[in-house]
Write a protein that binds this ligand. Structure first.
Ligand code: GZL
Length: 322
């Protein structure tokens, strides 16, 4: 086979290894340095996510600089600027909310540091300021929650009054889990969201807002749809304090499929959790290495997930990894 000149040069360079190609991010052999700007520690999911990234970095021999944003975007922006000053090879950002990132992501691009988004996406004018989004399809998660509800209640009569605990205001999962859920329930007028308010993805806020829902709507509530299991678990406490039975008097739907959800389902207090995997560490390390070597990444590295109803919780629980 006649090899043309271009192929020959490419083959020789590839055989010589990346070290002959300076300027393509981290040269071969140098320890990769990654800056990780995490949202905070708001939920079981987030704790598992942080653990996944830290252990994958250790296994990959990567130096990880970790910053806990404590649920404040300004802390994450400060962390990114610090990573730029420290000339890290790659930045991983779990953006608390979708907007407000244009300037700092432009600064990272100007410093030639690729940014990989994880667990939530952003809305920016210049999409070339971030290399890839590693995370779930939140609209589909919302659809799955609603499809479970319509199927589970298809043999009942009358209105189905739903209260909704939204995630952090302005966050990608909150926006899209709401959108996906509404897209499905609007196909059947029986299903009505009678109250919807943020519980900020936390157990304490979820309990507090559910107490207000119960005071306002009382026994009219048929279903709770919570954008994450932590808020659902907080709400379960509020429901029990009124003497009502969560999982029976009020159906409880969550998202994430964390351990606490399986425990609530096995206790009969929760009906279903739509899985959203936090175990993104290995995929992130893979993507970071490629980005540091100057490779183009897929715009979306999607995680595959399932739906766990109460009837499978006991069987599945021993297999769960978070
Ligand atoms: C989803 C992630 C969400 C989880 C919540 O990728 O961003 O944030 O669903 C977490 O539990 O707080």
């Amino acid at each position: 086979m006649q090899m043309n000149k271009r192929t020959l040069v490419a083959t020789l360079l590839a055989a010589a290894g990346a070290s002959l190609l300076p300027g393509l991010g981290a040269a071969a052999g140098k320890r990769l340095v990654i800056g990780f700007a995490q949202t905070g520690a708001e939920s079981e999911w987030r704790t598992a996510n942080t653990e996944s990234v830290k252990s994958a970095a250790k296994a990959a021999g990567v130096e990880l600089k970790f910053s806990d944003g404590q649920q404040k975007q300004e802390n994450q922006i400060k962390a990114i600027r610090a990573f730029i000053a420290q000339k890290v090879d790659v930045i991983i950002l779990a953006p608390l909310v979708t907007t407000g990132w244009d300037t700092v992501l432009k600064e990272a691009k100007a410093a030639k540091i690729p940014v990989i988004l994880e667990s939530r996406n952003v809305e920016v004018k210049d999409p070339t300021t971030w290399a890839s989004f590693v995370g779930s399809d939140f609209v589909e998660e919302g659809r799955r929650a609603a499809r479970w509800l319509l199927d589970h209640t298809k043999d009942t009569q009358g209105d189905v009054n739903i209260v909704e605990l939204q995630g952090t205001v302005g966050s990608d999962p909150a926006n899209d889990r709401k959108k996906g859920f509404e897209e499905v329930i609007r196909t059947n007028p029986r299903y009505k969201v009678v109250r919807s308010q943020t519980g900020d993805f936390t157990r304490s806020k979820g309990k507090e807002v559910m107490e207000a829902f119960l005071k306002a709507e009382g026994k009219k509530i048929n279903v709770l749809y919570a954008h994450n299991d932590d808020m659902a678990i907080g709400a379960i406490q509020a429901i029990e304090e009124t003497g009502l039975k969560p999982g029976k008097d009020i159906l409880v739907i969550g998202v994430d499929a964390v351990k606490g959800a399986f425990e609530a389902m096995m206790a009969g207090k929760m009906n279903v959790s739509v899985e959203c995997s936090p175990l993104l560490g290995p995929q992130l390390m893979e993507a970071a290495k490629k980005a540091a070597a100057g490779e183009t990444l897929p715009r979306w590295i999607k995680t595959n997930e399932g739906v766990f109803p109460q009837e499978v919780a006991a069987k599945e629980f021993p297999n769960r990894k978070y």
